[in-house]
Design a binder for this molecule. Structure first.
Ligand code: SAM
Length: 234
């Protein structure tokens, strides 16, 4: 059974898409979408031998080799023009790695006009959002979910060569523009949790004396932003 996280990612893939799942691991996402008869072509890319083998086994066990092409390679390098991929998923990795994969993809001409990217960073959402906005991607949708005590954000972005960088405020970059509306309750829980974690970091920095004032000020600033956003000041 597909995890709730992968299921929600799958919901962002429109019917009849030509999909690339980069860092596919067991290829669960493309297998699910094909079994649902929602899509009929996918590339599953993997950079590591172990996961690549898992993906190959899962795909051949179901006789899906014609429809899911499992390929070894770094990031978007596995894509060819003839694949005509219109939706790319990069999920379950750090936001810095996702941004790096996209940056290399842009340099290697592996990103095409009008392509959509369904991204699920495990962290560093601010960095990823900033990267997208500065590199001709428009952020069109966002979502949030929680599973096994983790909060996950999904960011959907469309690449448009001439796209002007949109100016998002510091608050927009931190909280997203569409995340709260997607699930106000989970959004609140995530940021209450972040506030608690940030307070703990401040406390341990003060305790260890390993702090510098700039770091402390940054963390305090983050707490202020969260409190303003949640309207809670305890
Ligand atoms: N995408 C799946 C998911 O969300 O459940 C699997 C996530 S798994 C934690 C991350 C996968 O990304 C690993 O299998 C890893 O080998 C792969 N990966 C990491 N860097 C990559 C890169 N530069 N190109 C392709 N795959 C990569």
């Amino acid at each position: 059974k597909l995890s709730k996280r992968l299921k929600e990612i799958a919901d962002f893939i429109p019917p009849a898409s030509r999909l690339a799942d980069i860092g596919s691991d067991h290829a669960y996402l493309p297998i699910y979408l094909i079994q649902q008869e929602k899509i009929d072509f996918a590339v599953a890319g993997e950079v590591a031998a172990g996961p690549l083998q898992h993906a190959q086994e899962e795909v051949t066990d179901r006789n899906l080799e014609d429809r899911i092409h499992v390929r070894l390679g770094n990031g978007l390098d596995v894509l060819e023009k003839d694949d005509a991929v219109d939706h790319v998923v990069i999920a379950g990795m750090g936001g810095l790695l996702i941004a790096l994969i996209l940056e290399q993809g842009l340099l290697n001409h592996k990103v095409s006009d009008g392509q959509s990217f369904v991204l699920q960073p495990n962290n560093e959402e601010v960095h990823l959002r900033r990267f997208l906005l500065e590199n001709h991607f428009e952020i069109t949708q966002e979502s949030i979910l929680s599973e096994n005590k983790h909060f996950y954000e999904i960011i959907v972005a469309k690449y448009q060569a001439g796209q002007e960088a949109e100016a998002w405020s510091e608050e927009d970059l931190l909280f997203g523009r569409f995340v709260e509306a997607a699930d106000p309750q989970i959004f609140k829980e995530k940021w209450q949790n972040e506030k608690r974690k940030t307070k703990n970091i401040i406390a341990s920095l003060q305790y260890s004396k390993a702090n510098n004032d700039k770091t402390l000020t940054d963390f305090q600033h983050k707490i202020n932003l969260i409190e303003e956003r949640l309207h809670d000041e305890d």
